[in-house]
Design a protein around this ligand. Structure first.
Ligand SMILES: Cc1ncc(COP(=O)(O)O)c(C=O)c1O
Length: 326
C-alpha cells in the first residue's frame, strides 16, 4: 500500500491554516472495546483539538479564520448558540475580529454557561425572539446592513463552519490518517463518524479522493434522512472540489440514518448504551447527539458481523462531550 501525504499538502498549500487546532490529534487502538466487539477498533480523538472547547469545529476554523484574514475582514458573523459559534467567538477574539452571533429566543431563554462563554470572548449577541428561519434571516440581513453601513468588513461564518473553506480542515485531518498509516503500517478499511452540517464528511471524502487511500467512509446521520444528507454532502463536496479544481465521485458518499433515533438531539437507547460502553470500557466521553449516535452505529455493525475479518476500523470522535456538562 502506497501512502503519500504530499498529495493533500499540495492541494492545501495555497490556503492559510491558522493552526488553532493542536495536531496530530491522538489516534490509538481501543483495546478493550476491540476485545469486547471482536474487531480492531481505533479512535481518532478529534474532541482533543485543544483550542477553546475543542471538537471538529477547530479544524474548520483553522482555514475559515485564515480566509477571513486573507479577505481583509474585521468582523465575523454567525448564527446559533452552537459549539461552532462558541469556538468561532474565541478564534475571532484572539485574532482581533469583532464577533457577532445572532441567536433565536430571548436572552432569558439562553443557556447561561453558553452565554458566559460568549461573554469571555466579548462577542456581540443579537436575539431574535421568533425562532422561525424567516425571522432569523430577516434580522441577520438587517444586522449585516447595519454593520456594513458602519464600514465593517464582514465575513460570514456558515452555521457549523460547513462551507468549502471549512471543509479543508477535514481534508487536512485526512492527511493525518494517511500519515498514521504510513508511520504504523496500519491501513484503515472503514472510517465511521457523525455527519451533521457536512463539512467533516466532505473533507474526509475529498481527502480520501486526493490521497487515493482505499477506505469506506460512513457518515452516521445526526439530523437528516440518508437521501437528504447524501444530497447535502454532495452539494458541498461539489463546491469544495470546484474550488480546488479536482474531481469528486458521488458514489463514494455513504450515509446511514439508522442511528438517529426519533430525530436530531433526541436521546436514543442505542446512543445511551454506546456512551456508557465508551465511558466505562475506555474512559472516553461521548455526547448523545453526535458521537454517541455514531458510536451506536459502529457497535451495531460490529455486533452484526458487518465488518470483514481483520478489518481496521477508525472511529472519529468529533467532540461534543462538553455538552455533558452544559
Ligand atoms: C460534536 C459534533 N460531532 C459531529 C458534528 C457533525 O459534523 P459536521 O457538522 O461537520 O457534519 C457536529 C456538528 O455540529 C458536532 O457538534
Amino acid at each position: 500500500m502506497k501512502y503519500d501525504t504530499n498529495l493533500i499538502n499540495t492541494e492545501l498549500k495555497n490556503f492559510p491554516n491558522m493552526e488553532l487546532s493542536i495536531t496530530p490529534t491522538p489516534i490509538y487502538q481501543l483495546h478493550r472495546i476491540s476485545k469486547r466487539l471482536g474487531c480492531n477498533i481505533y479512535i481518532m480523538r478529534e474532541d482533543l483539538t485543544g483550542f477553546c472547547i475543542g471538537g471538529n469545529k477547530i479544524r474548520k476554523l483553522d482555514y475559515l479564520i485564515g480566509d477571513a484574514i486573507g479577505k481583509g475582514a474585521d468582523t465575523l458573523i454567525t448564527t446559533a448558540a452552537s459549539s461552532f459559534s462558541r469556538n468561532a467567538a474565541a478564534a475571532g477574539k484572539i485574532f482581533g475580529f469583532e464577533v457577532h452571533v445572532v441567536l433565536t429566543g430571548n436572552k432569558s431563554e439562553q443557556n447561561s454557561a453558553s452565554q458566559a462563554l460568549f461573554q469571555q470572548f466579548d462577542s456581540v449577541l443579537h436575539y431574535v425572539e421568533q425562532t422561525d428561519e424567516h425571522s432569523l434571516k430577516k434580522e441577520y440581513g438587517r444586522i449585516v446592513s447595519e454593520l456594513s453601513n458602519q464600514g465593517k468588513k464582514i465575513y460570514h461564518l456558515h452555521p457549523g463552519g460547513s462551507d468549502a473553506i471549512g471543509s479543508l480542515g477535514y481534508i487536512n485531518a485526512f492527511n493525518q490518517i494517511v500519515q498514521y498509516s504510513q508511520d504504523k503500517g496500519t491501513h484503515f478499511n472503514k472510517i465511521i463518524h457523525s455527519s451533521g452540517s457536512t463539512a467533516t464528511q466532505v473533507g474526509l471524502l475529498l481527502g480520501q479522493s486526493i490521497s487515493e487511500y482505499d477506505v469506506t467512509i460512513i457518515g452516521i446521520a445526526a439530523s437528516q434522512k440518508s437521501k437528504i444528507q447524501t444530497q447535502r454532502v454532495y452539494k458541498l463536496a461539489q463546491s469544495t472540489s470546484q474550488m480546488l479544481g479536482i474531481q469528486f465521485d458521488k458514489s463514494k458518499i455513504v450515509v446511514d440514518d439508522n442511528f438517529m433515533g426519533s430525530g436530531y438531539a433526541i436521546p436514543s437507547k442505542e446512543a445511551e448504551l454506546a456512551v456508557k460502553m465508551f465511558a466505562s470500557t475506555e474512559g472516553v466521553l461521548l455526547d448523545d447527539i453526535y458521537s454517541g449516535k455514531a458510536a451506536a452505529g459502529l457497535i451495531h455493525y460490529a455486533e452484526n458481523g458487518m465488518f470483514n475479518e481483520g478489518d481496521n476500523i477508525l472511529f472519529i470522535h468529533t467532540g461534543g462531550n462538553s455538552g455533558l456538562f452544559y
